[in-house]
Design a protein around this ligand. Structure first.
Ligand code: ZN
Length: 455
């Protein structure tokens, strides 16, 4: 009798199923930093029908599977466990259609986000999903994790950009709603259930995205503020002044700027040290309009200082501060990173509490706080020299405890995966967890899809 791997190879063809040394090492891990693990096999389907056949066989054999896309996830959702079969969507790529009248784009799940963005751009439209990993992450992974990013305040998380989905259920059934209509209230919108489910309820194979008009005349500025409360006042003032034109509102607290200037050699953005700097982008038509607005705000005492980009080079220089975390590996031997959210009104209090807790417990550790203030999303990093696993656990317990105390979330945009699973109950009530368990059991009764992730 054939085992499951032989059956997969027999059904899909030898070239679709890799085992042993034929498995490229990239399939051994995602970006969460867990120890690499070789899966039992890697299946590389080229069509929805092949995904369906693979799941049908795995379901019949009781074989656990883990779905992989671009492997840029930070929570271990796509990181294989011993004995699992990987279903990688990397060969299911391609934008199938851009419909300019409907302003929609249809793509296979394994299409890299950047390819989706470029197809939208070529049609004079914009994909509302954007994040740093755009070159390697896939649109299917973005949807499975309900990805966020830097323009969520304008376009929402991945969820708000999805109009239709095709998914394969645990038993291989294909369910399709390639809807292109903004309005469609014909019963439950089941597609929403799969967005952010991190591969635990089914495999997304095809997606219809709603596209947006391309914003014109985008201006960039860096604003200096004395507190998180001042940043929220600036946010409200910009929204009043520019309506839906505000695209980016990224906060960087003073320790973050100190690392950028003192450790990574960037020029000081302002003479004085300020509690928080905010990188702003808005579609204002002309940079002078943003400059006028910020000039008024300085005069009114709403902000302490500001600099507006006058050229593409200026813009790159301002964005370079926000992008310094990508260089942290060059100056810190390790760090413990967080992706949390707290209600916007309490961000200032939360920053004070996090800072005090880290300073009291780990005085030698550098700590930085930055994030998407408008989305209530903070990224916190604590860099203790020579931290071991026990210290990492301790830091996580302290930070998540503080976040929970503010009624916040242990995952704002990266998902729960494996790494945050022990902390899910800090952000969800027993009734919510029970409801999630009911959904999981209804859609994956044998528990074969991404087991040990999320729930
Ligand atoms: Zn982020």
């Amino acid at each position: 009798m054939m085992d499951i791997v032989e059956r997969l190879a027999a059904e899909l063809g030898e070239g679709r199923v890799l085992t042993g040394g034929a498995i490229p090492e990239r399939h051994h891990a995602d970006t969460a930093g867990l120890p690499p693990t070789a899966p039992r096999a890697v299946v590389l389907p080229r069509s929805t029908e092949e995904v369906s056949a693979a799941l049908r066989l795995c379901h019949a054999a009781g074989q656990p599977v883990v779905t992989q896309g671009g492997l840029t996830g930070l929570a271990g959702g796509a990181h294989p466990r011993e004995g699992e079969v990987v279903i990688s969507l990397e060969r299911m790529r391609g934008v199938e259609e851009v419909d300019t009248d409907c302003a929609t784009l249809t793509a296979l799940a394994g299409t890299p986000l950047q390819v989706v963005q470029e197809a939208a751009e070529a049609a004079g439209l914009l994909c509302g999903i954007d994040l740093g990993a755009r070159g390697s992450c896939t649109i299917g992974g973005n949807i499975a994790t309900n990805a966020g990013g830097n323009q969520v305040l304008r376009y929402g998380m991945a969820r708000r950009n999805v109009l239709g989905l095709e998914v394969v259920l645990a038993d291989g059934t294909v369910v399709r709603s390639l809807n292109k209509m903004l309005k469609n209230n014909a019963g439950y919108d089941w597609t929403q259930l799969f967005i952010g489910s991190e591969g635990t309820l089914g495999i997304v194979t095809r997606v219809v995205l709603g596209l947006h008009p391309r914003p014109e005349g985008v201006a960039t500025a860096l604003c200096a503020l004395g507190s998180a409360a001042e940043a929220l006042a600036l946010l409200a003032a910009l929204e009043r002044r520019f309506g839906g034109g505000l695209l980016v509102f990224e906060g960087m607290w003073r320790e973050f700027i100190a690392v950028a200037t003192e450790r990574l050699g960037q020029a000081r953005p302002f003479e004085a040290t300020h509690e928080v700097l905010v990188l702003v982008e808005a579609a204002v038509g002309d940079a002078a309009r943003l400059e006028d607005a910020l000039g008024d705000f300085v005069e009114a005492g709403l902000i302490r200082d500001a600099v507006v980009a006058r050229s593409g080079r200026d813009r790159a220089r301002l964005w370079a501060y926000r992008e310094t975390p990508y260089e942290y590996r060059t100056v810190f031997d390790r760090y413990v990173g967080f992706d949390v959210s707290v209600p916007r009104a309490r961000i200032g209090e939360a920053v004070t509490a996090l800072r005090a807790a880290a300073t009291a417990r780990w005085p030698d550790a550098a700590q930085v706080i930055f994030g998407h203030i408008a989305d209530s999303n903070l990224h916190v990093m604590v860099m203790p020299p020579g931290a071991d696993a026990a210290m990492k656990d301790m830091i996580e317990r302290v930070v998540y405890g503080i976040v929970a105390g503010f009624g916040g979330s242990v995952s704002a945009e990266h998902g729960i995966g494996r790494t945050k699973r022990p902390y899910l109950a800090l952000s969800r009530s027993p009734e919510e967890l029970a409801l999630m368990g009911m959904m999981k059991r209804a859609l994956d009764p044998s528990g074969l899809l991404n087991p040990g992730r999320v729930l």
